[in-house]
Design a protein around this ligand. Structure first.
Ligand code: SF4
Length: 321
């Protein structure tokens, strides 16, 4: 029963952790370098950096449908005043390359789930989907699981581990052959609390609209409350939304597309493109399940479950024109 939990924890720490740590480094850099660079980066430098972003077709960081100027200033290394003086150029750049739905740290995600990145980006805001705060907690939980299972340490001993507590002993050729952990020893205590279940995946069970004319009527009626997505198109009605809602700068509710439950939610509409994306996902899952080395059993079961739900969903709602 604990095998899948350990397997997932190992996968999280070996394959996904580098991205979480890259986001941590970027946060640290913004905290410590920006106060220095913002004194020296001039308007002409910022103009050049904006032009380079446009050349790379890299969207500007967004928040509630607006440019997140504070974060953009940090990324460009300039002061907010310098950026405010270039508001026109920033707007022009945003019109060309667009905005991200929410602000994420800017680096290429390296971890993969099958052939795709395991996450679209790591959010800066604590309340945004897939935030650095949330993922850091999951990473800590995964580390806890691994140490608790493989070291035989008690709960309190694991919790008293501190930065620098690991000593790596190497042979004459520099090869590590022993790892020593230093912590406080507690006797007569055993507390399994603290293990966190993670890796929960979106399930697909909702109803959809597949009739194109019905969708067009909805888009005319409800625009701009239509949020096209890869796997579903959200015709947003806050009273029916299953995702955790956000609010824009005017206090209007918006869906949280990163936490979308497409086949559970009654706000879901399905376009031909969404159908193709869902079918492709089912095929990818089949490939992952057939890949070697074999996936941990819990992950296999969840992926297989998800593929069956997608397939059943697509069969239940044949495409109409
Ligand atoms: S769960 Fe998905 S479809 Fe439902 S409101 Fe949220 S984003 Fe829209």
């Amino acid at each position: 029963m604990h095998g899948p939990l350990l397997g997932w924890s190992i996968r999280f720490t070996t394959e996904f952790a580098p991205d979480i740590l890259a986001a941590c480094r970027q946060r640290h850099e913004h905290l410590h370098h920006w106060p220095v660079t913002r004194r020296n980066v001039l308007g002409s430098d910022v103009r050049q950096l904006l032009a380079e972003r446009v050349d790379r077709q890299q969207p500007l960081p967004g928040r509630n449908g607006q440019v997140n100027a504070f974060f953009l200033a940090k990324v460009l290394g300039c002061s907010r005043e310098v950026l405010a003086g270039l508001a026109g150029e920033v707007e022009q750049a945003a019109a060309i390359v667009g905005l991200t739905d929410w602000t994420t740290y800017e680096f290429a995600i390296t971890g993969r789930m099958g052939t795709r990145p395991w996450i679209s980006g790591i959010a800066v805001g604590d309340s945004d989907p897939d935030s650095l705060a949330e993922l850091s907690r999951l990473l800590q939980a995964a580390c806890y699981v691994i140490i608790a299972f493989l070291s035989g340490m008690r709960d309190s001993e694991v919790k008293h581990l501190r930065r620098g507590c690991l000593q790596v002993i190497r042979d004459a050729d520099g090869r590590p052959y022993r790892w020593k952990l230093a912590s406080l020893a507690f006797k007569g205590e055993r507390d399994p609390a603290g293990l966190r279940d993670f890796g929960e995946r979106a399930r697909f069970r909702g109803s959809v609209i597949t009739d194109r004319r019905q969708l067009e009527r909805l888009m005319q009626r409800d625009d701009p409350a239509i949020y096209p997505g890869t796997y579903a198109t959200c015709v947003f009605n806050p009273d029916k939304a299953l995702c955790q809602q956000q609010h824009d700068a005017h206090g209007k509710p918006r869906p949280s597309l990163g936490h979308c439950k497409p086949l559970d939610c009654r706000n879901t509409a399905l376009t031909a493109g969404n159908r193709t994306a869902l079918a492709r996902e089912a095929t990818d899952i089949t490939l992952q399940l057939a890949s070697r080395p074999v996936l941990p059993p819990l992950l296999q079961a969840r992926l297989s479950d998800r593929r069956d739900q997608i397939t059943a969903f697509l069969c239940s709602y044949p495409e109409t024109s």
